[in-house]
Ligand binder design. Structure first.
Ligand code: ADP
Length: 475
């Protein structure tokens, strides 16, 4: 049989083995039941008929005996008429045996107490059946009483029901053997039929297969898995392409300041710069070097954010209000250069997180508010603690609103500004030392702290960035 098959057949690994075992078990059970029931029914009919016949014969014999003139004539008649498988006994009114076909009458005991004899005396006729263990046979006795008080009795042997059933074992075994062979062939055929559509399944399009309804859940699962895999592949490819874009963008952004730096440095090295212009050239080199430094800092900050996630260990209560005031100090000279006024209000307000990252986030937002503004304009950072909105976990949020009086952001860019290196106003960004990475870092930092960020803006009037982080009580 199958090489993979070991152990009992009903636990077989092969489908045909299992079908064979279950069909065979079913067929055997039906066969045994049918054989026993039919045999028993047949036996009962046969036994009834036999008993009725025997009683009829006895009655006839009784009538014939009554017609004889003398008892001797009667015995002669019995001698003459009874034979074959029948045994005949004639018992006188006292129970003495007058005649017996099989045994010596003189040696026989009194028969008055035999059930059929006693009953025939009382009721006229009687039937009784006795089982002989040694012969595994039943003996049926029919007795009829005569007018003078004597009783004539006929008896006949027949197989018992158990012996009868025993005789059926041979034929039944042959039927079982034939059935076994047929069931084996049938199970192979069935298996082949069942497996054919399964073998033909197209797993690249699981749901397009027309097959047993029982297989639908499996096909649905396969389809689900495949879609998940496809999606994961798409996501991986997207991440990969984003990484490639990012690297090429970074090198591109580096190239310009490097070219400027090496160009001016070369001129100065070759003494091709008028001493009066030296200061100006050195200043240009310094500015480009600063731009490169900012870019590198931002790239490093972003890759740190890409690689790590907030853990309990590096998370502690941070006072957003205090961080905002530090940012205010750091940006003082830049704001003065740009002619923009800064204001911070609110706090203390605590969140769980990384202090440096929170400070950098506030710095970027405030710096943008100064950078994209006009002389005489204003940036304000308002910090408040508010009940967390619907949908968020119970508790309070620290809300930071950074509003400026700048040009605003057109609707179509309000999502894009958070992408790496996306700039609405390229020249303004570059002129003021922007890297195009500030808002990408802000968004990443907000997500890193499980918060949210929104933009509200009116072109020509100004922009407000709203950051929400879960509030905690100070330690
Ligand atoms: P950048 O270093 O160029 O400022 P950011 O990622 O911080 O890069 O911002 C992306 C772009 O979004 C900016 O180039 C600018 O065009 C726009 N932007 C950011 N903040 C503001 C603001 N407060 N008002 C108007 N535009 C803004």
């Amino acid at each position: 049989m199958n090489a993979r098959f070991s152990g009992p057949l009903w636990q077989a690994k092969s489908l045909s083995g299992r079908i064979f075992a279950s069909v065979l078990a079913f067929v055997l059970a039906v066969l045994v039941a049918v054989t026993v029931v039919l045999t028993a029914l047949f036996y009962l009919t046969y036994a009834n008929d036999m008993e009725a016949d025997l009683l009829d014969d006895t009655r006839e014999l009784a009538l014939a005996l009554e017609a004889q003139p003398t008892p001797e004539d009667g015995i002669a008649l019995l001698d003459d008429q009874v034979g074959g498988d029948f045994r005949c006994t004639l018992i006188d009114p006292q129970g003495e045996v007058l005649y017996d076909t099989d045994a010596d009458e003189a040696a026989m005991e009194n028969h008055a107490d035999r059930p059929e004899v006693a009953e025939a005396r009382a009721d006229g006729e009687a039937l009784s059946i006795r089982y002989s263990d040694t012969l595994r046979t039943d003996t049926v006795y029919a007795a009829v009483s005569l007018s003078d008080g004597a009783v004539v009795r006929l008896s006949e042997s027949r197989s018992s029901l158990m012996a009868f059933l025993g005789n059926m074992i041979g034929p039944a075994a042959i039927i079982v053997l034939v059935a076994g062979v047929l069931v084996f062939a049938l199970s192979r055929l069935l298996t082949r039929r069942i497996m054919k559509p399964i073998d033909a399944l197209d797993f690249s399009r699981p749901l397009e297969n027309e097959i047993y309804a029982e297989m639908d859940p499996l096909l649905f699962r396969i389809d689900e898995q495949q879609r998940l895999l496809k999606q994961q592949n798409v996501e991986l490819a997207q991440a990969e392409s984003m990484r490639r874009d990012f690297s090429s963008n970074v090198s591109h952004e580096m190239k310009t300041p490097l070219q400027v730096i090496s160009g001016y440095a070369e001129l100065m090295k070759n003494d091709m710069v008028d001493p009066a212009d030296r200061r100006k050239f050195a200043g240009l080199i310094y500015e480009e070097a600063q731009a490169m430094r900012s870019l590198i800092n931002d790239v490093l900050a972003l890759s740190r954010l890409d690689e790590t996630s907030l853990t309990e260990a590096d998370s502690k209560p941070v006072d957003v209000g205090a961080q905002a005031r530090r940012v205010l100090t750091r940006l003082e000279s830049f704001a003065a250069d740009q002619g923009v006024k800064m204001r911070v209000s609110g706090g203390p307000a605590f969140v769980m997180g990384n202090e440096t990252m929170v400070e950098e986030m506030l710095y970027n937002l405030m710096e943008n508010g100064i950078r994209y503004n006009h002389p005489g304009g204003e940036v304000s950072m308002a910090i408040s603690v508010e009940a967390a909105g619907a949908g968020s976990a119970a508790g309070e949020s620290v809300v930071v609103r950074v509003s400026d009086t700048g040009p605003g952001i057109p609707e179509e860019y309000r999502e894009k500004i958070f992408e790496r290196f996306f700039r609405v106003d390229k020249s303004r960004s570059k002129e003021t030392g922007g890297t195009g990475l500030g808002l990408a870092i802000v968004k990443h930092t907000v997500l890193y702290h499980h918060g949210t960020i929104e933009v509200e803006s009116e072109v020509g009037k100004g922009t407000t960035f709203i950051v929400r982080l879960a509030a905690v009580k100070p330690e």
